[in-house]
Design a protein around this ligand. Sequence first.
Ligand SMILES: *[C@@H]1O[C@H](CO)[C@@H](O)[C@H](O)[C@H]1NC(C)=O
Ligand SMILES: *[C@@H]1O[C@H](CO)[C@@H](O)[C@H](O)[C@H]1NC(C)=O
Ligand SMILES: *[C@@H]1O[C@H](CO)[C@@H](O)[C@H](O)[C@H]1NC(C)=O
Ligand SMILES: [Zn+2]
Length: 399
Amino acid sequence: MNFVNFLIGVTSFCLLLLLTHSASLSGGDEVRAPAPQCPTDGSCQLPTCHCASTTPPGGLFGPNVPQIVYLTFDDAVTIVNHPFYASALFNRKNPNGASISATFFITHEYSNYSLVHDLYRKGHEIALHSITHTTTTQYWANMNESVWNAEIIQQGEQASHFARFDRNLIRGMRAPFLQTGGNTMYRALSQGGLTWECSRPTYTYRKPGLWPYTNDFRSIQDCQIAPCPDEAFPGFWTVPMLDFIGDDGFPCAMVDECTPVPKTQQDTFSLLLRNFNDLYTTNRAPMGVFTHSAWLIGPVDRPEFAERMAGYLQFLDHLGSLPDVYMVSVSQALEWVKNPTGVADIDTFQPWAPKPEATNNCVFPRNCRYDNSTWERFMSACVPCPLNYPWVYNNLGVN
Ligand SMILES: *[C@@H]1O[C@H](CO)[C@@H](O)[C@H](O)[C@H]1NC(C)=O
Ligand SMILES: *[C@@H]1O[C@H](CO)[C@@H](O)[C@H](O)[C@H]1NC(C)=O
Ligand SMILES: *[C@@H]1O[C@H](CO)[C@@H](O)[C@H](O)[C@H]1NC(C)=O
Ligand SMILES: [Zn+2]
């Protein structure tokens, strides 16, 4: 073939590539390629890219790795659980003198946004857990991208609007019942501007534990609740849920699923301590204490709730006595993974430094009420009551 024909050949080959490429960018139902294996040649580099691994980041090792603990609570923030959050969390300090920070995966229904504002103002992280919290897992497993957007991304606009704080502070989510939608969910979240999600339990990598990782490349994580993502989502973080082991030897992703459910302070404390030491004495991967307030708050005629709460608080006291343990929010933990800083230099690490309390922008909360003959909802908000009860596809209640 002559040179001109060769050029035409090359050009049409490039055109073909271009067409194939734009087809894959156009979205829709075509099958996307699984992400390639994570490279070991240094082309996946922090702070933007991090392979799934049990090795602490930044070449740090041993006791120079601060032990991160993230305390999280799922579901609605209400007048029933807020007093517990305030008394258990507001007056604790990390070894660098900063207040500890927990992460709240809030649901819309029954949440009191004036109390959500208070948690935000006291330095805690507000993350997303859906508007409807629909109880059939098939709804979440099979949901398309636009419903994920309506349930989660639009919930970010909703929560920051009614609780009156900067929407950019919302970074992450947990899928209801840990039922993710695999690639579909990851696509909706990353395109919607979130940077992490925390719904995927791991048993294989519980001890030593799996560190949070980005989805630029293929993960090594076991898939406990299908579907799991396998495509590339550059810069989007998975915060794995490292299984605990209950006293019966069975794994549990949320501590309130561990069996047998502890009924005394001592059993609660030892369950938490044993699972903490599994990480503290190995690779110091972040420990998540993932629970619902309903594990700790219950009827006064059932003493096991007060016992569990005492055991939980004893565990927090124990953590507070250790010079290299930091109770930080999930987003603060990811800042550390992006920029690993040894215990020796931790006082210079800005994302964990003491911060002044934010201004109270919810001094006069509105108490909104919605009802018809069979149904009634109350909603406290830091902005005027919307016309209708906010819901999915009507996240601000204006329609
Ligand atoms: C997504 O699912 C919803 C609910 O089933 C449906 O109404 C909507 O048309 C779907 N959207 C797309 C883009 O498929
Ligand atoms: C009352 O409102 C709820 C929630 O919007 C709705 O599901 C229900 O159908 C309504 N009932 C009546 C009688 O209008
Ligand atoms: C929400 O919390 C505030 C306290 O900040 C309280 O005054 C209000 O009654 C609560 N609203 C509901 C519906 O419980
Ligand atoms: Zn939930």
